[in-house]
Design a protein around this ligand. Structure first.
Ligand code: PLP
Length: 476
């Protein structure tokens, strides 16, 4: 494709994207396709002739969009918001168009230095001190893996340069809670800790947040048994209920055992753009690393996960392999981001943040987050006031967890498997209708429904519509 052909097709593609976004309300939220259906719309054999761009756009319309669950739809209340601000989409296009090779500072000085700039802007915007140094990873999952690798190496005095974990006598232990995201356990397994050495610390039964006294006792037991407490992963804004682990108390306990603390604020980091919410991660300054995803609620198009550490020297000692063909005369004077994470080649992700901050503006983003928080508080009030409904976890951010517990034939409130069948039944009815999407999840042994508010275009009217849909579905 020549630059001239690209210009023409590119204009058409941008128009198509703008139309798809503008018309998103008319689409079902959940992709109405069966497994294998999208695949069946494509030829099994690879294309042998060149296709006209218009024909390809037609395929996007008829074979791709119908298979997309519309998480940008204002009636999407599932999982966590995964906004893709159009300003950040432009940044993503610019990044692809420039086509940088991010393998060293020299291979694209701007890629490295714009990343430094935006990571530092984001640090300031969430109120972190300048002791923190950031980089952009693809996901919070990767960030957590990197954090646990660094923690492992810190506690073993860089055993990777000797016999690795296979030469360690004392089992190395990681602490988190059952409410942490599954990526935490996955990172611990990948980092070689082994499932036997991942402790699910008890939580406060009301808030579902880690109990620091239980952490202390788990660490003390392990130490007494000759095991080494290595790291705690604290979650600020758990996936199920947005529970807030008490970071300050966790750091105090962890430090007394020489353990590393990683704070996973994948969703809640966006709330830290609002000064009035920063108390939720109070104590974070004393943690060792933290991560949050602008690609969730804040709205930078996937993938964009910010990872901050205080000790860059330690991070790079663990992550660097320094092949000779990448050495250059600027080494030591510039960050080489390949030594801050796992992949060597990186995309110019910083442009997505640059575009979003410059074109959407921080004040508009903050106003939108406050709108979502107010909408969640409104919905919480409605649910609490409604007969047969309950809010089943504290609403600390923008997610409201609910159950509808009707009275059964015997006159008793539904419980156990009968309640679960009821919950999954009405959730399914809402979701397959295409009118809205919510996520069911198990909390304290029973299914409940998470209503996660925060799509860029979701206004109060949409939350009102959802509440009425939920009531109809649960009582029909
Ligand atoms: N941590 C928390 C608290 C999450 O809610 C999620 C995803 O929703 C993750 C981590 C994983 O995020 P990612 O998809 O960026 O790996």
């Amino acid at each position: 494709m020549t630059p001239e052909e690209f210009r023409v097709a590119g204009h058409e593609l941008i128009d198509w994207i703008a139309d798809a976004r503008a018309g998103i309300d008319a689409r079902p939220v959940l992709a109405p396709v069966e497994p294998g259906e999208v695949r069946g719309w494509f030829e099994a054999a690879p294309p042998t002739s060149v296709q006209a761009f218009d024909e390809l756009l037609g395929d996007l319309e008829t074979k791709v969009l119908p298979g997309v669950t519309q998480v940008q739809h204002p009636m999407h209340f599932g999982w966590f918001p995964s906004n893709a601000s159009l300003a950040s989409v432009l940044g993503d296009i610019a990044s692809s168009g420039i086509g940088s090779l991010g393998i060293s500072w020299e291979s694209s000085p701007a890629l490295t230095e714009v990343e430094q700039v935006v990571c530092d802007w984001m640090r300031q915007l969430v109120g972190l001190s300048d002791r923190w140094h950031g980089t952009i990873h693809d996901t919070a999952s990767t960030a957590c893996l990197v954090a646990l690798l660094v923690a492992r190496e810190r506690s073993t005095d860089l055993v990777q340069h000797r016999g690795g974990t296979q030469s360690v006598d004392s089992p190395l232990v990681v602490y988190t809670t059952v409410h942490a995201h599954s990526s935490v356990a996955k990172a611990a397994l990948l980092a070689g800790f082994g499932r036997d050495n991942v402790r699910m610390v008890d939580v406060d039964p009301r808030t579902h947040a880690m109990d620091p006294a239980a952490l202390e006792s788990a660490m003390a037991d392990d130490a007494a048994a000759g095991r080494t407490p290595v790291a705690v992963v604290a979650t600020v804004g758990t996936t199920g209920t947005t529970a807030i682990d008490p970071v300050a108390a966790i750091v105090t306990v962890a430090k007394s055992h020489g353990a590393y603390v990683h704070v996973d604020a994948a969703l809640a980091g966006s709330a830290m753009l609002l000064p009035e919410y920063r108390h939720l991660w109070s104590g974070v300054e004393e943690a060792d690393s933290l991560c949050w995803n602008p690609h969730k609620w804040m709205g930078t198009v996937l993938d964009c996960s910010l990872f901050y550490v205080r000790d860059v020297g330690l991070l790079t000692r663990v992550m660097s392999t320094d092949p000779s063909y990448l050495q250059s005369t600027v080494d030591g004077r510039v960050p080489q981001y390949r030594d801050w994470g796992i992949p060597m080649g990186r995309r110019f992700r910083a442009l997505k943040l640059l575009f979003q901050l410059r074109l959407d503006g921080v004040e508009a983003i903050q106003a939108r987050l406050r709108r979502d928080l107010a909408n969640a508080a409104w919905l919480e009030q409605q649910v609490e006031a409604a007969e047969g409904w309950e809010v089943c976890a504290p609403v600390s951010l923008q997610t409201v967890c609910v159950r509808h517990r009707p009275t059964g034939a015997s006159g008793a409130r539904l419980e156990g498997s009968a309640l679960d069948r009821h919950t999954l039944g009405w959730t399914r009815r809402v979701n397959v209708s295409g009118a809205a999407y919510v996520t069911a999840s198990i909390l304290d042994g029973e299914w409940m429904v998470r209503i996660s508010i925060g799509v860029e275009t979701t206004e109060r009217v949409h939350v009102e519509r959802l509440w009425s849909l939920l009531q109809d579905a649960a009582t029909s």
